[in-house]
Design a protein around this ligand. Structure first.
Ligand code: NAD
Ligand code: GLY
Length: 360
């Protein structure tokens, strides 16, 4: 078991990572200043882990209610968010009621937004149960929902009080979801941590085989990278935008293909290959670097080709990206493997050329 800290002065919080954390009542106790809690989860995760978490919380005198939502990215919407508010109001949840997100990034983003807005903000705790949510979405306080016109377009920055990542919950995760999480792990290596990228190249088979030690190492190093970036730029006025490598293209893919049909990490993987190809076309990296990135994505069982959409579909969807400034799309590009920067003013021809270059 290890604990990292996201350093945000008075709002600093721990990320606990390790096996069987869900059963560790002593670890949970300090995160709850009061006796009432609402666990938000979904129909897949509830039968697996809800009773375990409830009994841990009950053993420290907390009386949790449960809110069980439909499972899927397509439910990360306004209607589902309202179901959380309904349950909180019906159960007379108060300002000091802690909302606990038990699940992957969809549950974490939805419940975090509910916590940010219910009664103008109530305490929030993350219990991420997918690799993607343990290495990325549960840390850093981005919360929100999708809009039919754009991914994650409605939301708030709202930090949790604590994150509890029980690596044993990954035992029940499908191989496809595991790979999806690895896309975000690879991202940290690409944007700011060359030694980690090299470690991933060497250890990808171990990760895919769910070697506990390798998984713990990947989660730890990912969370360290994320915590450092968030501590320096909580509200994404600069450096934090680098965490969106591959996401401008990826969000367009997720939306165009219908939320949930391409998993988030799959879309990010294909988007990262496009971003790498664009970086190469602009003379920032070599073709051999792009090949290295393709290879690691393939080893992780991730797509390296973009879906065959009209160029205008990509451009229209990307024009709604949150990084757009004064109408100009800003891209995260690679200066080398292990170093990224944010750039704008790139011609549509170059963008479309990069997208076309990564089709099958
Ligand atoms: P997800 O929440 O949809 O979970 C993936 C699937 O795994 C779901 O079917 C879920 O029910 C199931 N599941 C969860 N835990 C399980 C377990 N232990 N065993 C078996 N099945 C389990 O998807 P995700 O990949 O966790 O998260 C993707 C979402 O996160 C996207 O909406 C993305 O936009 C968001 N995201 C947010 C941030 C952020 O900073 N807030 C960062 C990255 C991604
Ligand atoms: N997942 C990108 C961020 O948290 O900023």
């Amino acid at each position: 078991m290890l604990t990292l800290t996201v350093e945000l002065e008075r709002r600093s919080y721990p990320i606990h990572i390790g096996e069987e954390i869900l059963k560790n009542a002593d670890l949970f106790a300090p995160a709850f200043g009061q006796k009432k809690a609402a666990i938000v989860t979904n129909t897949t995760v509830a039968p697996l882990y809800l009773e375990m978490l409830k009994s841990t919380l009950e053993s420290i005198g907390i009386q949790p209610i449960s809110v069980i939502l439909e499972d899927g990215e397509k439910f990360k919407d306004w209607q589902t968010l309202n179901r959380i508010y309904d349950a909180l109001l019906e159960n007379r949840c108060e300002r000091n009621t802690t909302i606990v997100a038990l699940g992957g990034g969809v549950i974490g983003d939805l419940s975090g937004f509910a916590a940010a807005t219910y009664l103008r903000g109530v305490p929030f705790v993350q219990v991420p149960t997918t690799l993607l949510s343990q290495v990325d979405s549960s840390v850093g306080g981005k919360t929100g929902i999708n809009h039919p016109l754009g991914k994650n377009m409605i939301g708030a920055f709202y930090q949790p009080r604590a994150v509890f990542a029980d690596t044993r919950t990954l035992d029940t995760l499908s191989d496809r979801e595991l790979s999806s999480g690895i896309a975000e792990v690879i991202k940290y290596g690409l944007i700011r941590d060359l030694p980690f990228f090299e470690w991933l190249e060497e250890n990808m088979e171990r990760l895919m085989a769910r070697d506990q030690e390798a998984l713990a190492q990947a989660i730890r190093r990912s969370c360290q990278n994320k915590a450092e970036v968030v501590a320096r730029d909580e509200r994404e006025t600069g450096e934090r935008a680098l965490l969106n490598l591959g996401h401008t293209f990826g969000h367009a893919i997720e939306n165009a293909m219908g939320y949930g049909n391409w998993l988030h990490g799959e879309a990010v993987a294909a988007g990262t290959v496009i971003a790498a190809s664009l970086s190469q076309r602009l003379g920032l990296i070599e073709e051999s670097d792009v090949e290295r990135i393709r290879n690691i994505m393939k080893k992780a069982g991730l797509p390296t080709a973009a879906p065959d959409l009209e160029a205008d579909t990509y451009l229209d969807l990307m024009a709604l990206d949150k990084k757009v400034e004064e109408g100009r799309i800003r891209f995260i590009l690679l200066d080398s493997i292990g170093k990224a920067s944010i750039r704008s003013g790139i011609s549509s021809d170059e963008i479309v050329g990069a997208i076309r270059s990564v089709h099958d």
